[in-house]
Design a binder for this molecule. Structure first.
Ligand code: NAP
Length: 338
């Protein structure tokens, strides 16, 4: 029997999760919500997705959309909800709707770890989400940090990490956020990303700093990792090449910037030009010359898409599919990633 999935919040993340669910053989997309009318609603309709209204549906009707029901009807017909509403609304929905209706639910990285008590990155802690009722997918930045750090920790043992996140100011379709002409540091130490990584990689000591820049394409992370074992550059590159959902990109391919990486994703014919893999620059992997146990690397994170495969694997884990490796392979195949 296919897992019946509903999507609440059909924006940047929700619309991508909806398409990804529709691509899985073992899942059925029951429908998506419309909070207000927009081109997103028109696209959902053109894809044949059922649309369930949230609140007053008169705006939808005025614009020619006849909802298939309201959010309560959606909740009555699903095994699990993926909530992709803005920060804080996921928590509110969890308390006021999902718990009341006894529906399993995934919330996103805008919510705090305490909201569900379980935070998820498939390749790091799939088993922690097994049969759980409520799980949080960590943010795009935390997902990026966890994917590569987990691989490094397994192979070499992490003593401690310092990472700086250079964050995109807004998503490409966002006309409200910025900066448009400034570099804005996060004025708290550490930034919230470090503790957030520990909600998944419980034993990794990590300190993070962050800033925002006028770009919409991707985040860029620089990491310095102190290791328990000695490492060399070639082995580190090999490790990243062999890590699922991580892609090593090279100067020689002219993949020298976030702009070129996103152009590459579009040229590969990816849906929406997405790059769900974390991209590590081969030439930016290094070790300090006097100590072979200090690893440095840089990676780019496509904030709109890296968490989408995680949502799919989390649906399987929460509905009892035990084999995390197999789930990731099934998901990866539909995304055309390794
Ligand atoms: N964007 C990213 O880069 C990114 C990356 C990773 C994780 N996240 C996390 O993912 C979550 C969603 O972010 P997003 O960027 O996808 O947000 P978004 O693009 O603003 O989309 C949010 C969607 O939720 C709808 N919505 C608002 N209030 C609602 C309600 N009460 N009930 C049902 N739907 C409602 C919005 O509809 P209206 O437009 O009609 O209000 C919109 O369709 C957040 O927790 C965020 O932190 C975002």
């Amino acid at each position: 029997m296919a897992i019946k999935v509903g999507i609440v919040g059909y924006g940047t993340i929700g619309k991508r999760v909806a398409d990804a669910v529709a691509m899985q053989r073992d899942m059925k997309l029951v429908g998506v919500t419309a909070h207000s009318y927009s081109f997103n609603t028109e696209v959902a309709k053109s894809k044949g997705y059922k649309i369930f209204s949230v609140g007053d549906s008169s705006e939808l009707k005025t614009n020619g959309i006849k909802p298939d029901g309201d959010i309560n009807n959606l909740l009555d017909n699903v095994d699990i909800i993926v909530d992709a509403t803005p920060k804080k609304i996921g928590k509110e929905n969890l308390e006021k709707l999902y718990k009341l209706k006894k529906v399993k639910a995934i919330v996103q990285g805008g919510e705090k770890h305490e909201t569900t008590g379980t935070s998820f990155v498939a390749q790091c802690n799939y088993k922690e989400a097994l049969n759980k009722d409520y799980v949080r997918i960590v943010s795009c930045n935390t997902t990026g940090l966890c994917r590569t750090l987990h691989a490094v920790d397994k192979a070499y043992g992490i003593e401690s990490v310092h990472a700086t996140m250079i964050r995109r100011g807004a998503d490409p379709g966002d006309i409200y956020h910025g900066p448009i002409n400034a570099i804005v540091p996060v004025l708290e130490m550490p930034s919230h990303h470090g503790p957030d990584v520990q909600s998944v990689l419980h034993n990794v000591e990590i300190f993070t700093t962050a800033l925002s820049v006028p770009s919409t394409l991707m985040h860029l992370h620089t990491l310095t990792v102190d290791l328990k074992k000695r490492i060399n550059v070639e082995d580190a590159i090999e490790l990243f090449k062999n890590t699922t959902r991580v892609r090593v990109v090279r100067n020689a391919e002219h993949l020298r910037s976030t702009a070129e990486i996103m152009e590459f994703a579009r040229d590969m014919g990816r849906l929406r030009g997405d790059m769900p893999e974390i991209c590590v620059w081969q030439e930016a992997v290094g070790i300090t010359s006097n100590a072979h146990n200090k690893l440095l690397y840089m990676q780019a994170v496509h904030q709109e898409s890296d968490v989408i495969p995680e949502n799919i694997d989390c649906i399987r884990a929460m509905t009892g599919f035990k084999d995390g490796e197999k789930s990731m392979q099934m998901t990866n195949r539909t995304f055309g990633i390794k």
